[in-house]
Design a protein around this ligand. Sequence first.
Ligand code: FE2
Length: 298
Amino acid sequence: MRNFDETTITDAVLERVKAAKNDRIRQVSEALVRHLHAFIREIEPTQAEWEAGIDFLTRTGQMCDDKRQEFILLSDTLGVSMLVDAMNHRTPAGATETTVLGPFYVQRAPEHPLGADISGPIEGTPLLVTGTVSTAECEPLAGAIIDVWHSDDDGYYDVQQLDEIGEFAMRARFRTDENGRFWFWSIRPAAYPIPHDGPVGKMLEAQGRHPWRPAHVHFMIAAPGHRTLVTHVFAADDQYLDTDVVFGVKDSLIREFACMPAGTAADGREMRRPYHHLNYDFGLKADTDARRAEERAA
Ligand SMILES: [Fe+2]
């Protein structure tokens, strides 16, 4: 087959990818070709625009390293991350809703005892975070593993300033106690712009969009027999709740970061200055596949 033109090229490529041995790869390849060709037919790019598109994707890849993931930012800002999340986490009653992972999660967060202050060398308004982890049927989950991470009050994560601070901060792993409870201290996070000094920032500017996310604390919570929950809790008083650049806000994930006067905090700590208190009770969805595997093994 040769002499392809506008009217025959799409079918020719579709015919070629039929050779894929793996059914899923064939399905994904066919959909990619159909939608990509339809996109190109719709916009009819000039040769210079096609080159600009290639250059944009090239720079997006070149911007990525072990501290910066520009492709996740691209996925997030085009709403793709939330779409994938929504399709994969249809939430039953009693289970906490999910939202995007974001680019600042790191796998090797240090584990701390309950009640620890994880702010490290970072200063800010003290924040007490408390809550529980339960099943969707409200049974407390003891020993659930909770990863938390959040920004400082200038909107920066520890990994964006590791060279200056030299250690992880505002990031830790905890385990719930026998009643499914957890609590720790940190500082209140602020709203922040996603890193916008790269190609995704230029894209947002060209689209007439701001790069801001409302203040939030990230949580990843895992317990045997349950789907790992990836979510955030957002500050109720934030100005960006309705225009989050990555489309991640859900009403059920918004809470007051309550202003508390100096005095004895809920965990018994004596506070000489005012602080904020965030409480959230999480519900984990049963992982029926994992349950079945455990039952088979038993
Ligand atoms: Fe974040």
